[in-house]
Ligand binder design. Structure first.
Ligand code: SF4
Ligand code: SF4
Length: 213
């Protein structure tokens, strides 16, 4: 059986603990709440900017994205979440250009590590903080990120046409100069090879004449 002293000591410790607990409870009463009622406050809910909900391609006001279908994000993704298909298109100057065909992203396997965003050389990706991504089937978590129709290749400006023309002419001139130089070198080499042969012929003729005499 404990002493009276122990009894009052335990009582004091219990009261101190109670006061401490009430202090914490009182503090929480006056601290601004960070939880939100959902879906009641769906329209006013505040989601931090840096919250990563879903990957998106960045589009500008004119509906253009900056993805060049290089595939770096696809290769860097540790989960195989991204699948890119590209296509080759003709440009106005007769060249071929790789363009994005389909950018497919599986939200269900994304771990939001952001490696794809940080390694993209074009700064073409970002995470949206739109948290309402719940769906009823896994298939619906697979999304095509380039959802807008691809735009036609832009028409060239007069400056571009002039520049391309000048470059083409310069290439032709350089090729002609190289061909002429090569031709001259071959002719010179042939001439050099023929010279000793004719000298040898002359020597043979002189020897014959000496012997006849
Ligand atoms: S999003 Fe970026 S890294 Fe990925 S294919 Fe497009 S340009 Fe390349
Ligand atoms: S955030 Fe990570 S897991 Fe998700 S697509 Fe990008 S690289 Fe893959």
């Amino acid at each position: 059986m404990g002493s009276v002293k122990d009894y009052f000591s335990s009582l004091g410790a219990g009261l101190a603990s109670l006061v401490k607990g009430m202090q914490i409870t009182g503090k929480e009463f006056i601290t601004p709440k960070i939880t939100e009622k959902y879906p009641e406050h769906r329209d006013t809910v505040k989601v931090p900017e840096r919250f990563r909900a879903i990957l998106e391609l960045k589009y500008d006001e004119e509906g253009n994205h900056k993805c060049i279908a290089c595939g770096i994000c696809e290769r860097n993704c540790p989960n195989g979440t991204i699948s890119i298909t590209s296509k080759m298109v003709d440009t106005w100057d007769g060249k071929k250009k790789r363009k994005l065909d389909k950018y497919v992203y599986d939200l269900g396997s994304c771990t939001f590590c952001q490696l794809c965003v940080t390694t993209c050389p074009q700064d073409a990706l970002e995470f949206s903080n739109d948290f309402e991504q719940a769906v009823f089937t896994r298939e619906k978590l697979v999304k095509q990120l380039n959802y807008l129709p691809e735009k036609e290749e832009p028409a060239p400006t007069p400056e571009q046409i002039e520049k391309a023309k000048a470059e083409k002419e310069a290439k032709i001139a350089a090729a002609k100069a190289a061909a002429a130089a090569k031709k001259a070198a071959v002719a010179k080499a042939a001439e050099g090879a023929a010279q000793p042969a004719s000298d040898e012929t002359k020597n043979d003729d002189a020897t014959k004449l000496t012997e006849e005499k």
